[in-house]
Design a protein around this ligand. Sequence first.
Ligand code: SF4
Length: 259
Amino acid sequence: MANLKIKSSAQTAKKSNATAGRKPTVKSLYSKADLEEIFRRFSIQRPEPKGELEHVNPFTLVVAVALSAQATDAGVNKATRALFAIADTPQKMLDLGEERIREYIKTIGLYRNKAKNVVALSEKLITDFGGEVPRTREELMTLPGVGRKTANVVLSMAFGQATMAVDTHIFRIANRLLLAPGKTPDEVEQRLMKIIPDQYLYHAHHWLILHGRYCCKARKPECERCVIADLCRSPEKTWDIPAPLVELPAQIIGTQAGA
Ligand code: SF4
């Protein structure tokens, strides 16, 4: 990490003003060609990556993402299937009430507090946003239980905006591969947004999560199965021959969802 020179946000902001419309340059351990190749390979493996949290509209997506903090997607899906079948709007959620919401989500960690937040965010959506999910990060982050990561997921999955919601997998990969090292998720988010080639930015978030979940795993990366093993600069890498580049079997949303 020592030989990485990444500009401070202040410097970057200055540069971005000076070069409006162009991506500010961030020096990375990876060349532009390497970055293009890494994301090209991810795009072949998973041409249409999808998030694994089940939802039926933007509102249920906000709720699902808020519930997923410190819980697995699979665990959240299991609980929300029945909940969303009867409450898929802020008003229906309020009508259901905190106590019954708690019953539906009691298998999810921190469920008491999360049930409170679901009620509070439903209320706020009705009073401040006419019952609709807002489309800006700033507005989304005014909702109880919604932080920057949740807002980024919603902007991407519900509204098609290119964002980088840094979860545990992305944070690990960015640092492990020295791709966009940073001490905080915000730092990693800013750096990834700058180095990822534009044409891959929209799907990059899901590619990195799925790569982390199924290949570059937390305890032990499975480098023999990795399609970027030759390009990876991680000191933890155990193999440097890339795995065959083929499209992976279709994701089965909800049944493969992991942490
Ligand atoms: S080679 Fe290993 S450490 Fe590098 S990205 Fe692949 S799985 Fe992760």
